[in-house]
Design a protein around this ligand. Sequence first.
Ligand code: FE2
Length: 235
Amino acid sequence: MADERLRRLTVEFGQLPCDPHSRNEGRFRRFGRGVLLPWNGEFHWMPETLVNMPDGTTCSVNHYQQGMHNPEFLGLVRNMPGLTESIRRNSLLTELIKFDFSQTTWSEVELCWPIHVGVHLIRLSVDSPGGRAVATPDMLHQDGEPYAFAHLIYRRDAEGGENVIATPACAGSSPDDVAPESVLDRFTLCHPLDSYGVKDDLVSHYVAPVTVAAGAETAERAVLLIDFTPMTQRA
Ligand SMILES: [Fe+2]
């Protein structure tokens, strides 16, 4: 692997803790937050909440809420394991955040506020040939954040994991149940740093479950998700 920073990120993805909200769906993840200052391009990680564990140790978490956008967790605040110091210090991650932000457009008013940056590290893992790992929600949906970007970190012995982009009206449906003309694109991220981005209000999106390729015993698909939301004055 040419970039040592990508190699270190890959190691971190291999060690992600289980998503506490995954019901044996093979999902492992961490979540962190930062702010990007549009007027000077600076990015800063935000502090994480420390939670006392039953064994006397502390662990960092971040609260994640998708409001009404994820039908599987309607209105719920999900506690996610926070980022490690090694992830927070990874300059490739910071470069990707700044590159993604450079692909977005905002109003003059929005650019006077910090932009909230959500960073999800998600690995779908299948540990037996007949199994499958499922992203949430398992349907076309919108995220609620104005822009979201996905960067493949790696894929190993995986089948499936196809991405589908469709019209906004398809949110809530399976790609199999929508009219073919409503599907705008289908593609599969195959190589490290294969990427795509969506302007959330213009489309709905989906990723199919991951299964194990013929002849293999297990499979993995690791993806970095970065989203942007402008901060505003509380009403
Ligand atoms: Fe999504």
